[in-house]
Design a protein around this ligand. Structure first.
Ligand code: NAP
Length: 347
């Protein structure tokens, strides 16, 4: 990475604002694809072969495609999560991965809280009574919801977004906050009285369990039948992390069998969710079409961050937020050594 005078090429995949595209064109020739379809797939792959940078939302890049992109130096995803990208292969190749943390934290926390409110107060189910002309008498006990105020909120993954959800719960709704994370969060504990628990304890104690962990091997089906069985029968599960953090069939069975009361889901194992999925039609599920960060303000800020990352990384100024800078430095070190001839044959 470095010399600004070299001829750079960037592939942009996702509808981008004109000023964002212009900024990219200021440093590189840009091959722009609003979306990837069967018709433009070959053109996309041939552009990728020549590209130094790839920027976009749900980026279609697997290990095989990466191997056919020999010049690729930077992938700038318009998301904080990067479970859809082949990070291990990028680390080996020294391809820098940039993401967009922070700018989406509060908006995604809002979405999680909207799901908490909707599942506790049965907002979608009861709004549909009105919409469908079925509100014919005063609402009775069979339609009552459950309080949010004063309940115990369990945050699984108290990182940036998890902490923002916890703050909403503690400061806005006087909730007791429990959390899991890989490391303790003394600041959160001090600020709002949050308490760290192991997952088993948290599932047993929380009235509302909110998933905000990254999707990785250790969180695949973190919430399975056994974990759901540890939750209280009146409890609700909220997932704004990734679909595969939950074993969906186990969740459907638990909702169906009264093991837990309700679920609020923004993410699914397969997206878009099949219209005949039980999760799309069950009364005790609020299902959203993956809109965690989907506001005008936040999506613009994410695109801006991704553009800044790309330009900073390719011009040598440095990105604002990168995931694997250290691995890239190590990969560059390995390449330098090979070029210096210090590596023995076959190394
Ligand atoms: P973050 O700041 O990295 O937070 C992740 C938290 O999870 C950290 O506190 C981490 O612990 C914890 N963690 C990691 N592995 C864990 C495990 N096995 N068990 C328990 N805790 C674990 O990330 P973020 O910005 O809050 O984003 C979190 C995730 O939300 C993203 O990865 C993405 O998948 C998802 N997301 C979804 C949407 C949406 O549209 N629905 C939008 C944005 C993000 P440490 O802090 O100790 O490392």
């Amino acid at each position: 990475m470095g010399e600004p005078s070299r001829h750079l090429r960037i592939v942009a995949l996702r509808r981008l604002r004109e000023d964002h595209l212009e900024a990219l064109k200021g440093i590189a020739e840009v091959d722009y694809f609003e979306e990837l379809t069967e018709t433009n797939r070959d053109a996309f792959l041939s552009a990728l072969e020549k590209a130094h940078g790839l920027i976009g939302g749900k980026l279609a890049l697997d290990e095989q495609m990466l191997s056919k992109a020999p010049k690729l130096e930077v992938v700038s995803t318009i998301s904080v999560g990067y479970d859809h990208l082949p990070l291990a292969a990028m680390n080996r190749r020294g391809v820098l991965l940039c993401n967009t943390p922070d700018v989406l934290t509060e908006t995604t926390a809002d979405t999680a809280f909207a799901l908490i409110m909707a599942t506790q107060r049965r907002l979608v189910e009861l709004a549909n009574l009105v919409r469908e002309g079925r509100w014919t008498q005063h609402i009775g006990r069979e339609h009552f919801g459950t309080d949010v105020y004063g309940k115990t909120l369990g945050i699984v993954g108290a990182g940036r977004i998890g902490a923002a959800i916890a703050r909403r719960g503690a400061l806005g709704f006087d909730m007791r906050i429990l959390y899991t994370a890989s490391s303790p969060k003394p600041d959160l504990e001090k600020a709002i009285g949050a308490r760290r628990r192991d997952l088993t304890q948290l599932l047993g104690e929380a009235d509302i369990v909110c998933l905000v962990v990254p999707y990785q091997d250790s969180t695949h089906h973190l919430i399975d039948a056994k974990a759901l069985g540890l939750m209280q029968p009146h409890a609700a599960l909220i997932n704004v992390a990734r679909g595969n953090v939950v074993d969906e069939q186990a969740l459907i069975d638990a909702l169906d069998g009264g093991v837990i009361r309700a679920a609020g889901l923004d993410v699914f194992a397969q997206e878009p969710l099949a219209k005949d999925s039980p999760l799309a039609i069950m009364d005790n599920v609020v299902a959203l079409p993956h809109i965690g960060s989907a506001t005008h303000e936040t999506r613009d800020a994410m695109a801006q961050r991704a553009v800044d990352n790309m330009i900073g990384a390719l011009t040598g100024r440095g990105p604002v937020s990168a995931v694997n800078a250290e691995s890239c430095r190590r990969a560059a070190g390995r390449t330098d050594k090979r070029e210096e001839g210090t590596g023995g044959p076959g190394e």
